[in-house]
Design a protein around this ligand. Structure first.
Ligand SMILES: [Zn+2]
Length: 428
């Protein structure tokens, strides 16, 4: 790293002067550019959070020129994919120049290097290189990623051990030659893909749905395909078939996207109730796999096949309903509102006024107990609130004051899976 506040101040002043000239003298024949821009390639900015960086490409380093830019940030800040693509290579050892690092090959053929990824236990500089604090959960060589998806934690591994935490970021053309990333970073879109749902596959592994419509397979879950809505897309919720051989994705406009065994089971009972309105919030498949329900933000439930009737919760014009679940028998349903109110039908477990955060939209997901009566509610801080026969979490996961978590599923043996707003997932 080499910070040069004076030169960046001068560059800013020059840029401001050029802008002022163009505004004040619109008929001037010629306005000189503030500085010659270098080659730029379209990317998503690779860090979700504040960083400082200068154009330090080519600066002298021990034995070689600097091949990237150093984005100075904070330890464990989230590094995100600069492009749709595949993680082509990872190094999980923390020694050597680069330390913990990865390479992303974009679908555009370009290469993106992420170097000095975290190798410390949170809150320390111990260099212990704990596995869960290097890459985002599920990220490994071969992982398919979406632009803006959380892929790694910022750190100081390798020869950055004695410096401040930063991402050393490189951009290489398809032929492997590095370009100065500075101009691409300046022009980058600041985008994060939103994590929506985490869903367990009963045959093994689990899925994370992100807002771009991607179904990410983690831990060996079979991927049967997914819709692609692109950045800022309408991907909203998913549910897995009880046989583990398919799933349904619903978009926020009510479009149903079926894969694997869900095509035959649900294909003839599909309805698309809300074309053009961004209001769908959740989907659940019945335990038999012969029906499903869709919940909109106003609390209306649209049930199909052998799904039970839904609760009568309705908040017309107010987008506050958050989550839908069927009971273990399939004869009742839960609707969760954002304040933590739980609304029930059929044989669902009734606990009036339990876990309300009135006027505070912080409840995120409800999960029915796998057997018997009860449920677990996830709040945005990661708190899990248990009622009835729902299983207590083996490991807690609460970050008070940090509204981070978006979805939850029960993974068995006292463990819950959670997905956060950036699509990162973890087991608790
Ligand atoms: Zn560097």
């Amino acid at each position: 790293m080499r910070i040069s506040p004076l030169s960046s101040r001068l560059l800013r002043r020059a840029a401001t002067a050029a802008l002022a000239a163009s505004v004040l003298a619109p008929f001037a024949g010629h306005v000189a550019p503030a500085m010659a821009a270098g080659e730029s390639h379209p990317i998503v900015f690779p860090v979700d959070g504040p960083v400082r960086y200068t154009d330090d490409f080519g600066a002298p380093r021990v034995g070689h020129p600097h091949m990237g830019n150093d984005l100075m940030g904070t330890k464990l800040e989230r590094e995100v994919a600069a492009s749709d693509g595949v993680i082509s290579w990872v190094q999980d050892g923390s020694s050597g120049n680069g330390g913990v690092m990865l390479k992303l090959q974009g679908d555009d053929g370009w290469w993106y290097y992420y170097i000095h990824i975290n190798n410390d236990t949170p809150g320390t500089d111990d260099g212990a290189n704990p596995a869960q604090w290097r890459f985002a959960p599920g990220i490994q060589a071969g992982s398919r990623v979406s632009a803006g998806q959380f892929i790694a934690y910022m750190g100081d591994s390798g020869d950055a051990e004695t410096t401040a935490p930063h991402l050393h970021f490189e951009v290489h053309r398809p032929d492997g030659t590095a370009i100065d990333p500075y101009w691409s970073l300046q022009a980058a879109r600041h985008l994060t893909v939103t994590g929506r749902t985490v869903a367990v596959n009963p045959l093994g592994g689990y899925y994370v749905l992100t807002s771009d419509g991607t179904v990410h397979s983690i831990g060996g879950a079979t991927n049967y395909g997914y819709p692609s809505f692109g950045s800022g897309g309408a991907g909203r919720a998913m549910a897995v078939m009880p046989d583990g051989k398919g799933y349904a994705v619903v978009d926020s406009l009510g479009g149903m996207h079926l894969y694997g065994s869900a095509v035959a089971a649900l294909g003839n009972i599909i309805t698309t109730p809300y074309l053009g309105v961004d209001i769908v919030r959740a989907i659940a498949i019945t335990p038999s796999g012969k029906g499903y329900g869709v919940l909109d933000g106003f609390g209306r439930t649209f049930m199909a096949g052998d799904a039970p009737s839904g609760p009568t919760a309705r908040w017309m014009g107010w987008d506050i309903a958050r989550s839908l679940a069927f009971t273990a028998t399939g004869k009742g349903a839960y609707v969760l509102d954002g304040f933590g109110g739980v609304h029930t039908s059929g044989d669902a477990f009734v606990t009036p006024n339990y876990s309300y955060w009135l006027n505070w939209d912080i409840a995120r997901t409800i999960v029915a107990a796998p057997t018997g009566d009860g449920y677990a509610v996830l709040d945005g801080f990661g708190g899990i609130h248990i009622r009835g026969t729902a299983v207590n979490p083996t490991v807690g996961g609460s970050w008070v004051g940090f509204d981070r978590w978006a979805g939850m599923a029960y993974a068995g043996n006292g463990h819950y899976l959670m997905v956060d707003k950036l699509g990162g997932s973890a087991r608790f």
